[in-house]
Structures are given as C-alpha cells and as structure tokens.
Ligand binder design. Structure first.
Ligand SMILES: Cc1cc2nc3c(=O)[nH]c(=O)nc-3n(C[C@H](O)[C@H](O)[C@H](O)COP(=O)(O)OP(=O)(O)OC[C@H]3O[C@@H](n4cnc5c(N)ncnc54)[C@H](O)[C@@H]3O)c2cc1C
Length: 455
C-alpha cells in the first residue's frame, strides 16, 4: 500500500487540483483510466465546438440569401472536417501527457480505480491510500433501457467522433443540448436529421419560449418530434428503425435512419468508483452528494465537476476546483455559489443562459420580466435578425438580476456582461450606466432591462 497526501481521481478538472497539490509539495497521485484530459478535451466541448464551427459557417452562407447574397456551397469535405478535429484532440492529449511527465512529484496511475475501503483505492491491482481525496470522475452517456437498442450499433457523443463518412440520415434520440448541437452539425453537413424528444419541449432547463424558438428554427432544417418516446429499435437493412410512441395520443410511428445517436443525458461514474466503500453518499440519481464547501459525506473527500451533478459544465467544474483547492490546501472556507452560473448551447440559433428561469424565480421572489428582440436594436435590424430574443428576470423590490436568457447570434458572448454584473451582486441600473457601443448587439442587454414589467 502506497500512502499519499493527496489522491485525485480524474484528469479533466482534476488535473488542475493535482497540479496545485504538487505545486504545494504534497505527495500526490492522479488516477485516470483515459482518455487523458477528460470529457471536455476529448469527447465534449472541444471536438463538438470544432465541428459546430464549420456547421455555423455553412448555415451562415445558406442564410446570406436573406441579405441579397446568393452563394452556393460546392463541396463539404466531411472526412477532413472530422480529421481536423481528431488531429486537434490527439495534439491536446499529447500536451496533457507531456505536462504530466514533467510534474516530477506526481504519481500517475493510468487505469480504472475503485474504492476498496476508507480513503483507499485499488488501481491496476495496486492499493493506494490518501489523506485528502478529490473525486473528479465526471460522467458518461446515459443509455435508457429501450427495447432492441443494445442489438443495434448506436452512436454516443464519444463514438460519433470516430465517423469517417457522413451518414445520409441520422436519428437523434434526445432533445437536450448535446442533441440540438449535433442535430445542427449533421443537418449542416447535409445529413437528414430526425430528432426524437420524449418531453414536450427541447432543452428542458431553458425558458419555454426559448425552447419553442429553437424548435421552430431547427424544424426548418430537420424533423423535430417532441412528446415522442422511442420504445423499440431494430436493424433495418443497413440502417435502423426506431418505433416511437406519441406521449399525448399513444399512437405509434416508425422512423428510419442510417444511424442512431443517443443523447438523452449523462449519468454518474460514482458506481464504477464504488464510492460507497469509503462512506461517500450519492443522491437518488447516483451523483455524489456535497455540501456548500464541495466536501462529500466523508471528511476530507471532495467531489467536483460532473461527479457532483450540480452544474455539469467545464467552466463550473474549473471554478469548483479553485474553491476546493483553497479549502483543502489553505484552510479556507469558501462556499460554492451557483446563482450566476451560466451556460451556452451551440446549436443554431445559439442559446445562453444565467441564473433562474421565470418559473424558478417566481417560487421565492416577486419579479419583473423584460424582453427585447434582436431587431429592437440597430445592429439586430442590420442583421435582419427577426427571431432572436433576450429575456431578463429581475427582483421587483431591488431590481437585482435573477436570471437572463438569450437565443440568437453571439448569445454566449452577449451574456457575459450580465454574468459579470450578477457576480458582483448586479442590479439592472448598473448595466444601464455603462456606455454601450452603438450600433452593437450589446445594446440588447440594456434594452431588455429597460423593458421590465409585471409578468
Ligand atoms: C458532447 C458534449 C459537449 C459538451 N460541451 C460543453 C461545452 O461546450 N461547454 C461546457 O462548459 N461543457 C460542455 N460539456 C460538459 C463538459 O464536458 C463537462 O462538464 C466537463 O468535461 C466535466 O469535467 P470533469 O472534470 O468533471 O469530468 P471529466 O472531464 O469527464 O473527467 C473525468 C475523468 O475521470 C476518469 N474516470 C472516471 N471514473 C474513473 C475511475 N473509476 N477510475 C479512473 N478514472 C476514472 C474519466 O476517464 C475522465 O478522464 C460537454 C459535454 C459533452 C458530453
């Protein structure tokens, strides 16, 4: 048995903690079964956004017609688009490996670990024990028990990256952010896309009106079915047939496609890690329970990133890491605060969101709601952007911003001003005081906040 001051499980956001531990001279072990660098780098944010950037350019060319520009796309080289992405991942992975080799005081265990007892793990047949343990074990695709699914070769966010040739058609089961991002990508590539979402709207955590605008926009480029529960999957010729039950009418209908992409959500990796063997509790979804300091039910064991199932985004994971590192290594007592946690969805149109939705805000606050369309500001008008929308939810008494939601071009960039304001306790007046360049899409933000009214 080898003893460590610090053990970190997971080389996504976990690599930041192991780096910090080594920098402070703690005897440190990092455990990862690979791919090195975690989800974001290998099978999440980075590869998907590389692919989606090309999709955005294609749609931009197609949509230029409304501005009086007719341009044809003569060829889309799917193979080279995929190869560029894979090459980039390989390079990034090598950089991570190189960085780890250089961290002399770090023992890297490349293998799948599991807890065998208190503060004790087994990896590749070796036992290791840590005084402080950081679980950054991430999540994996959730695969629902649909009849026949296991007998057909379905794709996930991991295997989809291995495609060498463009599928002629694809059925995407799910309507969350991964589904609508890949739906956008494949539709732009020229693949016939069918999206099947069991709930009555896409991207459930978003404002319903934003879900609806997204559904309308995507429906122009693909078949989107909501309230559609996939109940049976079969091989059909060289492709698959998915039998779907309409949740409202109970009627069944079959859809055919060359491939199926499963994108119905994520599940915890805590089961593989057998966290119960060290007394770490999980919630009813299997994610690791943490307190405000990100400590688990077991003293000196912390869970960060997707492992705690709170806000499953890279930038949130990276913030959590800073908090636990300070708490665990420097005796700080920083609490995590998700009230200004933001996220983006890189579909077409793009979506960005921070804080509470109107429905959630109403539970604890008296609120005012503001809305503006992109073409309410000069730049949006110039862009002929008739669909995009922004919505603010503000506390009535204090005008403190509780939530902000945008659908339209540059949404992830535009929202940052609101995130910064909210992080410093921001009120709508503070945003209004800052000069906004005219004409720029940023004028959308004060415009929304000047439109506040009783909902
Ligand atoms: C398709 C897709 C697109 C995404 N796009 C975005 C985006 O645009 N922006 C954004 O902010 N977020 C995005 N995300 C989410 C983001 O990728 C995750 O929130 C983030 O990567 C979580 O980081 P993590 O460090 O918690 O876990 P991970 O990066 O998943 O790291 C966990 C590591 O632990 C290892 N591991 C797990 N169990 C064990 C074990 N028992 N033994 C050894 N090793 C183990 C895994 O192999 C993995 O390397 C996306 C996710 C997906 C799937």
């Amino acid at each position: 048995m080898k003893n460590y001051d610090v053990i970190v499980i997971g080389s996504g956001c976990g690599a930041i903690i192991s780096g910090e531990a080594v920098a402070y001279d703690f005897k440190t072990a990092l455990v990862d079964r690979g791919p090195l660098g975690g989800t974001c780098l290998n099978v999440g944010c980075i590869p998907s956004k590389m692919l989606i950037y090309t999709a955005d350019r294609i749609v931009e060319i197609e949509e230029a017609k409304k501005l009086g520009i007719e341009a044809g796309i003569s060829n889309i080289d799917f193979k080279s688009i995929m190869e560029r992405m894979r090459h980039n991942i390989q390079e990034n992975q090598s950089h991570v490996r190189e960085g780890m080799k250089q961290a002399k005081k770090l023992d890297f265990y490349e293998g799948e670990g599991h807890f065998t007892g208190d503060y004790t793990l087994e990896v590749n047949g070796e036992k290791i024990k840590g005084k402080k343990i950081f679980i950054a074990s991430g999540s994996r695709p959730f695969i629902p028990p649909i009849k026949g699914l296991d007998s057909v070769g379905y794709l996930t966010n991991e295997t989809v990256l291995e495609l060498k040739a463009k599928p002629d058609s694809i059925i995407i089961i799910g309507g969350g952010y991964i589904a609508v991002e890949y739906g956008h990508f494949f539709a732009a590539m020229g693949t016939k896309v069918t999206m099947l979402e069991m709930a009555d709207r896409l991207v459930l955590p978003e404002e319903p009106e934003i879900s609806e605008l997204l559904r309308k926009a995507l429906s122009k480029r693909m078949a989107v079915h909501i309230g559609a529960q996939a109940i049976d999957v079969k091989q059909k010729g060289n492709g698959v047939a998915v039998l779907v039950k309409d949740k409202k009418t109970g009627k069944e209908k079959s859809f055919n496609g060359q491939s199926v992409l499963m994108a119905v959500g994520r599940r915890s990796n805590a089961d593989i890690l057998k966290v119960e063997n060290t007394g770490v509790a999980t919630d009813n979804r299997g994610f690791i329970k943490v307190d405000q300091y990100l400590e688990t039910s077991k003293k000196n064991i912390f869970a960060v990133g997707d492992a705690n199932g709170q806000q499953m985004f890279t930038h949130v994971a990276n913030r959590e890491v800073v908090i636990v590192a300070n708490n665990a290594f420097h005796n700080a007592r920083f609490k995590i605060d998700y009230s200004a946690a933001s996220h983006a969805i890189y579909s077409h149109p793009q979506i960005a969101s921070v804080g509470l939705t109107e429905e959630n805000a109403r539970k604890d606050h008296q609120i005012l709601v503001g809305r503006a369309k992109y073409n309410d500001v000069a730049k949006g008008e110039a862009m002929m952007e008739t669909e995009g929308l922004a919505k603010a939810i503000v506390e009535k008494e204090t005008e403190k911003i509780l939530g902000f939601h945008i659908i339209g071009p540059c949404a992830p960039v535009l929202i940052q001003e609101v995130v910064n304001a909210m992080t410093s306790g921001g009120h709508s007046g503070e945003i209004d005081q800052g000069l906004h360049i005219h004409p720029a899409l940023t004028e959308l933000i004060p415009t929304v906040l000047n439109n506040l009214e009783e909902p």
